[in-house]
Design a protein around this ligand. Structure first.
Ligand SMILES: N[C@@H](CCC(=O)N[C@@H](CS)C(=O)NCC(=O)O)C(=O)O
Length: 289
């Protein structure tokens, strides 16, 4: 559980916020995860949009809340929580009596291990999304943004100097210098192939990843699958059971309302896909699937 301590937080006003506040963005993957969870559980919350598209996550105000400069963030009666999977676990424990239980019957520690694995693939997801889903758009940060990011905020999580910022900065610098080469994209795609193979085996004939009941793990992987499918990952061809699982969850309004895409965006994705096909550079072709 990543709950910040007092000295991590420089934007002191949030310490006085009452109730449940989510700092998020409508289009961001990890934010969608949390909103699906809140829909399923029927929990009321207050919305604060952080516009990552204009770099609001690098503003002093936001870095004073999350020293990592990432969304989502949950503020619950002045307590600040970061990291989407940790927030999900925190909320499930706090609201165990609301809506269905989303913990696994198989045990919390197994689910936590699986969530950690999902989280470890976040940069690979970002790699594939930037390369295949937002093609043509430069994913790099504007001039000076990374320096500002490096120097703003407490830089600590739990009172200890945090390494995550360096990981983020390295990602953006590498992308700026080298773009996202085929080999990098291929390696990320192969990691997802292995992860989905494992999930496919785990799913077996069960309706959900951890058995008969929906759990936090389904919500977390649903969002990754949604993103990857839009980037052109051939889920139906490689993982037919996962494809059925995904389609079933997509049929639920509490899930689908968070992943619905504006028509204009779908048009842009389909134009990009045709261009990738013409160039022989779709995700499938680059990955060798
Ligand atoms: N491990 C983090 C990842 C959070 C993350 O990378 N959030 C992205 C949006 S999905 C973000 O804030 N990106 C802003 C940026 O990199 O500038 C979590 O699960 O909360």
């Amino acid at each position: 559980m990543v709950q910040l301590i007092d000295s991590d937080i420089q934007t002191r006003e949030v310490l006085d916020w009452k109730g449940l506040h989510l700092l998020h963005h409508p289009a961001a993957a990890c934010s969608k995860k949390l909103r699906i969870f809140l829909n399923v559980k029927g929990i009321d919350w207050e919305s604060h949009i952080v516009d990552i598209k204009t770099g609001a996550n690098y503003d002093e105000w936001f870095l004073g809340i999350n020293p990592r400069g990432l969304i989502p963030v949950l503020v619950d009666d002045g307590a600040v929580h970061i990291e989407s999977n940790d927030i999900l676990m925190y909320l499930e424990n706090k609201f165990s009596g609301s809506g269905p239980s989303l913990l696994s019957a198989g045990g919390v520690s197994e689910m936590e291990d699986l969530l950690n694995h999902e989280n470890s693939l976040h940069m690979d997801l970002r790699t594939l999304v930037f390369r295949f889903y937002f093609p043509g758009k430069s994913p790099s940060k504007p001039e000076g943004a990374l320096e500002k990011y490096r120097d703003t905020g407490s830089g600590t999580v739990g009172g200890v100097k945090d390494q995550e910022k360096s990981v983020q900065i390295k990602f953006w610098e590498t992308v700026k210098n080298d773009g996202i080469p085929d080999e990098t994209a291929r390696k990320s795609a192969l990691k997802f192939r292995a992860a989905f193979d494992e999930l496919e085996a785990r799913l077996g004939d069960n309706p959900y990843l951890l058995g008969d009941e929906l759990s936090i793990l389904d919500i977390a992987w649903f969002i990754y699958a949604d993103r990857l499918i839009l980037a052109g990952y051939p889920i139906a061809k490689l993982h037919p059971r996962i494809d059925q699982w995904f389609k079933k969850l997509s049929g639920r309004p509490d899930f689908s309302k968070e992943v619905v895409m504006p028509e204009e965006m779908m048009g842009m994705i389909s134009t990009a896909r045709s261009e990738q096909e013409k160039a022989g550079k779709t995700l499938s072709l680059v990955a060798g699937f």
